[in-house]
Design a protein around this ligand. Structure first.
Ligand code: ADP
Ligand code: MG
Length: 482
């Protein structure tokens, strides 16, 4: 039987505010354990929370960024449960009236078509502390620094049908929140955490199957693996006559193992009730207008502009608009070089290859956008060939010069375009390969096109790659035919 998977995501995004959602304690990452949780974050008796206006602004910006309805009156609830990293005994969150209503995030699929993933809603809430199960000899450590860090939890409709789509969605969401500047996007620090809901059903069936939820995936790669593994597990289970039970699961990316954590809890298990300490949030039109005015160019708009104004293809535009820093780097390179297409090729080619190999972020690239733009200028004005340009790039990467011109000068890489010099070189190559010249002249015309490659290669070698290839080709042909 053919099966199809159904996937919906819930994503926790840490908002990049300086202080907590209900207190003035710092949200900075990496502080010594338990130095950044204050009495409000711990919910000690007698404290009163004060809502951080910046967290509200950021949530609204997210809503505007995904074309969502903003609920101008929204409110906080208490979700009650006990856990050592939640000393308050409840999480302050939103249930009935979330700040952001329905919206959508569009993704590009492998075949180049696009798909709209519906967002059900996004709500504001506080993060809990962290339980640390290693390094404490059979005990657990509790670090409450994270308690009270502002989050938006984004809930999608079950609109994705395979792991690749889910990852494309996750990457797009990452791009949206970092472009908005509402999250630092540091997944390894837990700034974005994905819960994946997965079910399967016979292909063509319209009713949804029973789903499981795998929690807290914090890398795209782990997410893809965890989803594929779960789809496979469910199909095997059903085909063996079993049934999927609704449960919460854990996936360990280091060992590639998944296990059941607990059976699924219901909303009523949590005894939600309106938070008596916080007034409903009322959003004025003036605030909405102000925030609208502060919105940056969103990735989709940027992509459209790259296609429309810079002449990029769909795929290149998608890649280059996806990440803010990459987009800015590309635009600066295109501007310096005056050639958007070459700039796109170099950013997505040599540059990204070198960045990946050395695991360096584009923001720390030793070759700046200005340097790359300057290099491209020298290809365009025929100072160097594309091949030599790779050598120059490598030298720039290794810090062997402040710009392309200096490297070209120092290493003597200037392209030879002097007809006389090229002719002399060709004469030498032909003299040294008299037999091949005879073979060429004896060969039928349709075979010569291929045979000339040998001579071009010899000439380029003799010039250490510096001869202008177009001129070499042209002069060679004339001499061989003549
Ligand atoms: P609950 O109220 O139990 O939390 P929701 O309806 O809020 O459930 O859904 C939570 C998440 O699970 C959403 O992202 C939703 O898209 C997804 N989801 C719901 N049902 C399914 C299903 N059958 N298969 C896959 N994902 C699902
Ligand atoms: Mg839910």
């Amino acid at each position: 039987m053919a099966w199809e998977a159904v996937i919906g995501l819930e994503i926790h995004v840490q908002l990049a505010t300086k202080t907590k959602i209900f207190s003035g304690a710092s949200t900075a990452f990496g502080a010594a354990p338990n130095t950044q949780a204050c009495a409000v974050d711990l919910g000690l008796p007698g404290v009163l929370p004060v809502l951080n206006a910046e967290a509200v602004n950021m949530a609204i910006k997210f809503g505007l960024g995904i074309d969502a309805e903003i609920n101008k009156i929204n409110a906080f609830e208490r979700k009650n449960y006990f856990y050592p990293d939640l000393p308050k005994g409840y999480q302050t969150t939103q249930l009935e009236r979330p700040i952001v209503g329905a919206g959508h995030v569009d993704i590009m699929l492998d075949d180049g078509s696009s798909k709209s993933v519906r967002i059900h809603h996004a709500h504001l809430e506080e993060d809990a502390g962290k339980s640390l199960h290693e390094d404490f000899q059979g005990m657990s450590g509790i670090d409450l620094n994270r308690a009270g860090t502002p989050l938006i939890e984004i809930v999608t409709e079950p609109d994705m049908s395979n792991a690749k789509e889910a990852v494309a969605f996750a990457k797009k969401l990452h791009s949206i929140v970092t472009t908005l500047g509402i999250c630092d996007g540091e997944m390894s620090q837990g700034s974005m955490r994905f819960d994946v809901n997965v079910s399967v059903r016979p292909k063509g069936e319209s009713k949804l199957g029973t789903r499981t939820e795998t929690k807290n995936l914090n890398s795209f790669r782990f997410m893809e693996r965890a989803i594929n593994k779960e789809i496979e597990r469910q199909i095997d289970l059903i085909e063996d006559g079993g049934t999927v039970i609704q449960e919460t699961r854990l996936y360990n990316g280091d060992t590639d193992e998944a296990r059941s954590m607990r059976s699924k809890e219901e909303a009523n298990d949590y005894r939600y009730f309106p938070c008596p300490d916080l007034l409903p949030v009322v959003i004025e039109d003036s605030l909405l207008d102000k925030l609208r005015g502060e919105m940056p160019e969103m990735p989709d708009a940027k992509k459209a502009r790259f296609i429309r104004d810079l002449g990029l293809g769909e795929y290149d535009a998608e890649i280059l608009s996806g990440d803010q820093t990459t987009a800015a780097y590309f635009e600066a390179t295109a501007k310096t070089s005056g050639d958007a297409k070459l700039a796109a090729n170099w950013v997505m080619g040599e540059l990204s290859k070198s960045l990946n190999q050395n695991e360096i972020a584009i923001s720390n690239s030793p070759v700046t956008a200005e340097m790359l733009g300057g290099l491209i200028l020298r290809i365009k004005d025929n100072t160097i060939s594309g091949k030599i340009a790779k050598q120059v790039f490598e030298a720039l990467w290794n810090g062997e010069g402040k710009d392309a011109d200096e490297v070209i000068e120092k290493k003597g890489l200037k392209q030879v375009t002097d007809t006389g010099a090229i002719e002399t070189m060709i004469d030498e190559v032909l003299a040294a390969n008299a037999q091949q010249v005879d073979n060429y002249r004896a060969a039928p015309v349709e075979k010569r096109g291929k045979m000339i490659g040998f001579f071009v290669g010899q000439c380029m070698k003799a010039s250490k790659g510096k001869a202008n290839p177009g001129m070499v080709n042209q002069i060679l042909k004339k001499k061989l035919e003549g």
